[in-house]
Structure formats: C-alpha cells, structure tokens
Design a protein around this ligand. Structure first.
Ligand code: GLP
Length: 241
C-alpha cells in the first residue's frame, strides 16, 4: 500500500481531489464510491468547486453508496445519504438521481436492498475508485472488526465504539445498532482504493493499519489486499508512525 503524507488536511484534500479528477478524465463513465463521515468532506468540497468551475464533469459517472445506518434515511441529518447529497451530489451540475445508487436505510427488506446494490455494482463491472475513511476501530464502511472477508453487501451489528462515536453525526440520540454496507469483496475488487485519515484521534489506528498484516480484526488492513491501494494521511494522523 502506497502511503502519502501531507502537512495539512487541506493539502491532503486538494491532492485527493486532483487525483479523483484525473481518474474521471481518464474514464468519464467511472463508478465512484465516496464514504460518508467527516473524513472526505474537504475532498468532496474540492470536487464540488472544481465541477462548478468546469474543471471536471461527473455527467457520465455513476455513484454507489458505501454504507448507511439501518433505520435512517436522507431526512435525518447525519445519515450517510444526507451527508453525501448535501456536500456533494446536490452541488454537482449535470448529475441526476439515475446515476446514483444509494442504500435506503429505511427499506423494509434489507436483503433485497443488499441485492439491489450488489446488482448495481455488478452491472458496472465493479467499482473504479473508492474513497474510504477509517473508523476509530479500523472499520471501513460498516465492515466492523471480525467481518467476513468474502462478503458483498451485508447488514452488520455495529461495534460498541461505532455506536458511541455515532453521536457526533446526529442532532439527537439515534440509538443506531446496525449498518448496511458494501463488503470487503467490493473493496478488494475495486480498481483503486484510497484510504484516508486526518487528525490526531486517528493516529493510533493509522499506525496499526500500516504495521499489521491484513486481518479481519482490523478491517482497514484488508485494503492492502486491494489491487491498487493508497493511504492518504495528514501530519496529525501520521504522528504515531
Ligand atoms: C463511519 C462511516 C464510515 C466512515 C467512518 C469514519 O461510521 N460509516 O463511512 O468512513 O465511520 O468516519 P469519520 O470519517 O467521521 O471518522
């Protein structure tokens, strides 16, 4: 796994944004997947500004969601869908809903929801590029420690630390207990995966991710099994290396 370290979060986001723009220029009909959460926000902002200045055209791209809290939809501030639409999709010119396949956390039949998203990825012959954040326990998407590595879309019980950290996203207590997520197979089969972390609070898990052989106990290490993986970190996230 290549590691790219940046002095600041801003420089990291700019470099990530430029890289994604290059990918879209090379393959305008790319299938892209961006994590929710805080980590990619600055990069998404960079991309939205670039799209509005005509530096990149996402008009032929497709997008698949990485994960969602079961029980939450776009109406809930802090859901993955609301975050991605607010910070990215609603700001991009020349893009419509038919290009976007998002988990519906409110779906009654979660198995059907998994199949629907699996089918969308398969129809596009896999994901061209994924931007993933690292959870405090090393989760990627909602692939929590101990996850089966041979899975595609699945529903998973959230780890205690994930439930604890979840309060940062919501205006009020949500009592989330399960997540729906793309699986490790999607990640290892993607043409390119960018794992991203910023801030001192991620320094321990970044150190573990880099210095541990791939193991389901620390899902972020499994990114090393991807065809083409790169870790983007800022100085603070790199402080334990
Ligand atoms: C969250 C999300 C993931 C995200 C990760 C890190 O629980 N489900 O999509 O990438 O955990 O979150 P953050 O970037 O807010 O630290």
């Amino acid at each position: 796994m290549n590691i790219k370290k940046f002095l600041t979060t801003e420089l990291m986001a700019e470099s990530a944004g430029k890289h994604i723009i290059e990918i879209v220029k090379k393959k305008p009909d790319s299938l892209l997947c961006f994590a929710g959460g805080d980590t990619p926000l600055m990069t998404l902002n960079y991309l939205a500004e670039a799209a509005n200045q005509g530096e990149v055209d996402f008009g032929k791209c497709s997008f698949v969601s990485l994960d969602e809290w079961v029980g939450l939809g776009k109406e809930t501030n802090g859901s993955c869908k609301q975050t991605l639409f607010d910070h990215f999709f609603d700001r991009i010119p020349n893009i419509d809903d038919s290009q976007i396949c998002f988990f519906d956390g409110l779906a009654i039949d979660m198995d059907a929801e998994c199949k629907r998203v699996d089918h969308f990825v398969a129809k596009h012959e896999g994901i061209d590029f994924m931007l993933l954040g690292i959870g405090m326990n090393g989760h990627i998407g909602f692939n929590e420690p101990g996850v089966r590595v041979d899975t595609y879309c699945h529903v998973i019980d959230l780890a205690p630390v994930t439930k604890k950290v979840s309060v940062k996203y919501f205006d009020e207590e949500m009592n989330v207990t399960r997540g729906i997520s793309l699986g490790i197979q999607h990640i290892t089969e993607a043409a390119e995966v960018m794992l991203m972390a910023n801030g001192e609070k991620k320094a321990d898990i970044v150190e573990l991710t880099i210095n541990t052989e791939p193991t389901a106990d620390i899902p972020s290490t499994l990114v090393k099994n991807s065809k083409h993986a790169v870790l983007y970190i800022d100085d603070a996230a790199a402080s334990k290396l």
